[in-house]
Design a protein around this ligand. Structure first.
Ligand SMILES: NC(=O)c1ccc[n+]([C@@H]2O[C@H](COP(=O)([O-])OP(=O)(O)OC[C@H]3O[C@@H](n4cnc5c(N)ncnc54)[C@H](OP(=O)(O)O)[C@@H]3O)[C@@H](O)[C@H]2O)c1
Length: 237
């Protein structure tokens, strides 16, 4: 049986948001090693400058400027990895309105804008992959997570709907939901996973899931991957 294939002339080129650190940088490295040309988006740059990674310094929370900024980017990506985001935790009434807006714009709305921007080009090119980094917080709400979980649950709905809308265009939409990952994510939080590899995943392990999903034959869609460290235990800082 003949399956849809990415057109051979389609460039092996990926765009990764949040590629300056953590999961995004690990995904960018993994894609590079797999032969992709990689563009990254973040406000900053990786600590170690890498000539294989073209960084575009864009603040994704500045939603109103995004359409213009995105227009300046190349369009010939066949893989989008939408990973940029951050965690802010606490009771809802402890958030200011602008903090709520900032978190939702960064974690959710920017991704909706990015997909809207790139989708017509993926369709014209004959297909592609959209991989969204969700979270365990896309699956289960919990204490002090109201705004963060709202952003991640919404990404799951976005992924499910787009998957249905885009399958006819040979576009796969995949969601990766990690539990705690040892990254800068916990730099500003009041808690962190206990130290030790049984309590947190590494960014590289999450990146392997992303690579696994996009390396499947074109007729296989790994809709979601949920991954957790062996044990869950957090400590206050
Ligand atoms: N670590 C965890 O335990 C965990 C668990 C589940 C899901 N996640 C999700 O994984 C994703 C990556 O997080 P991480 O753990 O790798 O944390 P990280 O090391 O802090 O990386 C976050 C990335 O997002 C970028 N970013 C944040 N705000 C941005 C903005 N306004 N504009 C552009 N880029 C922005 C950061 O770049 P700049 O600061 O340079 O802009 C950085 O590259 C996030 O969506 C997070 O919700 C993390």
């Amino acid at each position: 049986m003949k399956h849809n294939k990415l057109k051979p002339e389609l460039p092996k080129r990926a765009l990764v948001t949040g590629a300056s650190t953590g999961i995004g940088l690990a995904v960018a490295q993994g894609l590079h090693k797999s032969g992709y040309t990689v563009d990254g988006i973040a406000r900053g740059k990786p600590a170690q400058v890498s000539d294989w990674l073209t960084m575009h310094q864009i603040d994704l929370s500045k939603i109103n400027t995004l359409p213009d900024k995105l227009r300046a980017l190349s369009l010939d990506h066949s893989v989008l990895v939408l990973n940029a985001g951050y965690g802010r935790f606490g009771g809802l009434e402890q958030f200011s309105y602008s903090q709520i807006q900032h978190l939702l714009d960064t974690n959710l709305t920017s991704n909706v804008f990015l997909i809207k921007h790139f989708l017509p080009h993926l369709k014209r090119a004959g297909g592609g992959d959209v991989v969204i980094i969700g979270s365990e917080s896309a699956l289960q709400g919990g204490p002090a997570g109201a705004v963060y979980c709202a952003s991640k649950f919404a990404l799951r709905g976005l992924a499910q709907s787009l998957r249905a809308d885009c399958a006819g265009n040979n576009i796969r939409v995949m969601l990766i939901n990690p539990g705690p990952v040892a990254t800068e994510f916990f730099a500003e939080t009041s808690f962190e996973p206990k130290s030790g590899e049984v309590y947190s995943l590494t960014a590289e392990q999450v990146a392997e899931s992303v690579l696994h999903a996009i390396q499947q034959p074109r007729n296989v869609v790994i809709e979601e991957i949920n991954l957790q460290p062996m044990h869950r235990s957090f400590q206050k800082k």
